[in-house]
Design a protein around this ligand. Sequence first.
Ligand SMILES: [Zn+2]
Length: 216
Amino acid sequence: MSAVSYPAAEPIFAAYAHDMGPAAAVYTESVQEYEDVEIKIEVIIELEPEPEPESESAPVSSASVPTPPPAPEPVLLSVVEPAPEPEPEPYPEPYAYPAPEPAVGEFISLGIFELTAYCLCARCCGIWSAEHPSRIGTGFVQRSASGTIPQAGRTIAVDTSVIPFGTYVKINGHVYIAEDRGGAIRGNKIDILKPDHETAMRFGRQRAEVFIKVVG
Ligand SMILES: [Zn+2]
């Protein structure tokens, strides 16, 4: 076969050279290989930078050349005046953090307790009862373990390692005072003093949430 020669794409390179401007020269070379494949190699060489055009401040007659309108003031879109930081709200004086402890006078829960009831009879209090045979005729005054005169509706027996003497204890909405102890009252157990034995036995064994009053 005979080799086919394609004309060089002169218009394209001319356009390149035009785009590059006079600061660049376009060198092109066409190489013909094989039979009908033309490989074009372009080498674009950066030449010296184009010199800055001469300032057009040459003295000219203002009458012959109209004064161009002044360039508009540049608008700086990227510079935004930051909004001023708001002044922090002043703390009320004196500032107080929330109390980590329950407030004095508040009742806090101790959880669920097992409740029983007793009275001042010898069956309930043994030798500590004024009704005990050994106390009859001795002038013995029955007192609670804390020394108070026990009173139904106020006195309860507690485990003092759980509820100290003198603690106000709210059970089912009624406030008692921990004044007494009992041999079977250990841990989360409370014995509630009732006015008579029958009432105590009728109370039986119950469970309820117990609250104690916070003291200062
Ligand atoms: Zn009793």
